[in-house]
Design a protein around this ligand. Structure first.
Ligand code: GRF
Length: 240
């Protein structure tokens, strides 16, 4: 599996100062309208619930044309339903391969014309097509590149952090590529690990940080403040 998406797009955008980047994403000018988010879930949907809370509080100017769940029993499906959001279930087991599974997911996302895909507790690997390169974000409940990768998700991350005796943990929002928890890092927030922490108390503290970090990364994307250069993201003070 390649480390980066197949990027066959020839078109590039060059700024007055000579910055060069692919034309498609992240946006080169602020969207100036609500960002259209696709949200992919596998579990309870706490990140989706946070997005909706942020929108309600005026912290996230977003529309949610589609939620995709990888299992029919995801608690997050009820959250989508309550919010009047279209939700589809796309299960890996119904497809012959990760490629076919991914094609179905991204064809649904294309149909509804999302600006950005947010992995929100989505536990399946997807193959990201070239037109979605740097248009898929993920949040990980740890400080990448520590305690991440296949099999390290949810409570397992916090258990591993405590077992190693770490003094800080946190969360990472990054652009997803075709490797678990691997693409360019956009936002990280650290939290202390406290004496007597359990995986649950640490998870709650990290989740508070997640609730700020993910909307922040989405706002930066929508406001054309992100530039991807190789494996790094630069955050601009203002759009170019
Ligand atoms: C988030 O806390 C995030 O860290 C991780 O999944 C969690 C959301 O899961 N990627 P859930 O949908 O509430 O089960």
């Amino acid at each position: 599996m390649p480390d980066t998406p197949d990027d066959s797009r020839a078109e590039e955008w060059v700024s007055e100062t000579g910055d060069v980047r692919p034309l498609l994403a992240p946006p080169v000018t602020p969207l100036g309208r609500p960002i259209r988010l696709g949200v992919l879930i596998s579990g309870g949907g706490s990140t989706l619930a946070n997005f909706l809370r942020c929108r309600g509080e005026g912290l996230l100017d977003a529309e949610f044309p589609l939620v995709i769940a990888s299992r029919p029993d995801c608690g997050g499906l009820q959250i989508a339903k309550n919010a009047g959001i279209r939700a589809e279930v796309v299960s890996l087991k119904d497809f012959n391969s990760t490629d076919e599974f991914s094609e179905r997911i991204f064809s649904l996302l294309r149909e509804v014309q999302v600006d950005l895909v947010t992995l929100a507790g989505f536990l399946c690997l997807v193959r990201i097509p070239s037109d979605f390169a740097n248009r898929v974000m993920n949040i990980h409940p740890g400080l990448i590149p520590s305690f991440c990768g296949k099999g390290l998700y949810g409570m397992k991350v916090h258990e591993a952090v405590l077992a190693r005796g770490c003094k800080v943990s946190g969360c990472t929002v990054h652009f997803a590529d075709n490797v678990y928890d691997h693409g360019p890092i956009i936002v990280q927030k650290a939290v202390p690990v406290l004496e007597g922490d359990t995986p649950q108390t640490l998870a709650a503290r990290v989740f508070e940080a997640e609730c700020q970090a993910y909307p922040e990364a989405i706002r930066l994307f929508a406001n054309a403040r992100l530039i991807v250069t190789g494996s790094c993201v630069r955050i601009l003070e203002q759009p170019l």
